[in-house]
Write a protein that binds this ligand. Structure first.
Ligand code: SAM
Length: 286
């Protein structure tokens, strides 16, 4: 495994996020540096040539990931736990003693451990945290109406949304990603969080065929707008009547394109959430 990394001013963050958190390059970690004026991006590549191409294109540094660095990626906490409403706590700690402390401190809340890894979705990105908040609200709504629910998470990354759905009481949870590293990371996280009754598989949304006669009460898709736009009609057919669709990962400049795509489907009543340069949307199906 090779790591390409570069420290850049925050003014460049959009361009680099678009490049790396978009389509195939998901094994990127962006860390804001103290003072919030600069950030570090690290991209993990299996093939040295891929890392070399990034070095040629963007400058920066290339290094080989040592075994002990791998272990470090999965160790103790580097940031305070993230609170999602009054229901969930996301920690990047993998240490039993630290997790026990968090469970004690936040009694009654579900604690999800997602250590920084080679997949997207540790809870601190705006797009993920908005999805988590919406999920908590929808779980509450289903509970209030005494209604069982199922969820399909498209582009699962670390599996964070699928794990959260299971913890929030979803009866059936399915998720997929086209990145095999993400699938491995997500499986590990499911074991780590004792939410193994989730059906997870590797698939590309462009080739994904929703199962006939199986409709989801909630679908989450935190993926770039171009991927959403091309697949929104198919996604909406997989949704149960009255079902909820949570979309995220949409840059503000792409907001209208997603709204337009949704207008061609039975999706209605959009509620739009804007956070920084990111947009999330909550649709219901007629
Ligand atoms: C922004 S991350 C979201 C991860 C996680 N769901 C979250 O909310 O934090 C997008 C994920 O979608 C996956 N992805 C992108 N395009 C895809 C496609 N065409 N089919 C399946 N997965 C895709 C990426 O590999 C990545 O893991």
């Amino acid at each position: 495994m090779f790591v390409w990394s570069k420290v850049s001013p925050v003014s460049k963050q959009s361009i680099l996020e678009e490049r790396f958190l978009g389509l195939a390059q998901t094994n990127a970690v962006i860390t804001e540096l103290p003072g919030k004026k600069r950030f570090r991006i690290e991209v993990y590549c299996k093939d040295k040539n891929d890392a070399q191409k990034l070095l040629n294109e963007f400058g920066g540094q290339l290094s080989k990931l040592k075994i002990k660095d791998w272990a470090k990626l999965n160790s103790s906490s580097e940031r305070p736990p993230i609170k999602i409403r009054d229901r969930l706590i996301i920690t990047d700690s993998n240490k039993k003693s630290e997790i026990n402390k968090i469970c004690k401190k936040f009694e009654g809340r579900g604690v999800i451990s997602i250590p920084a890894a080679l997949a997207f979705g540790t809870g601190d990105h705006e797009t993920t945290s908005t999805c988590l908040r919406l999920l908590v609200d929808l779980a509450k709504e289903h509970k209030k109406n005494n209604k069982e629910w199922s969820l399909c998470d498209i582009g699962t990354g670390t599996g964070i949304l699928a794990i959260a759905a299971k913890m929030l009481g979803s009866k059936i949870v399915e998720c997929f990603d086209f990145d095999s590293t993400a699938i491995n990371v997500a499986k590990l996280n499911m074991l780590r969080n004792q939410t193994t009754d989730i059906y997870i598989y590797e698939a590309d949304l462009f080739e994904w065929k929703p199962k006939k006669k199986k409709y989801w009460d909630i679908i989450t898709a935190n993926i770039f707008a171009n991927v959403l736009n091309a697949n929104l009609s198919k996604i909406s057919t997989a949704l149960a009547p009255g079902g909820n669709l949570i979309l995220s990962g949409i840059l503000r400049e792409h907001e209208n394109s997603v709204i337009k795509s949704a207008q061609k489907t039975p999706l209605t009543n959009p509620v739009i959430y804007r956070k920084g340069k990111w947009v999330s949307m909550h649709y219901r199906k007629d």
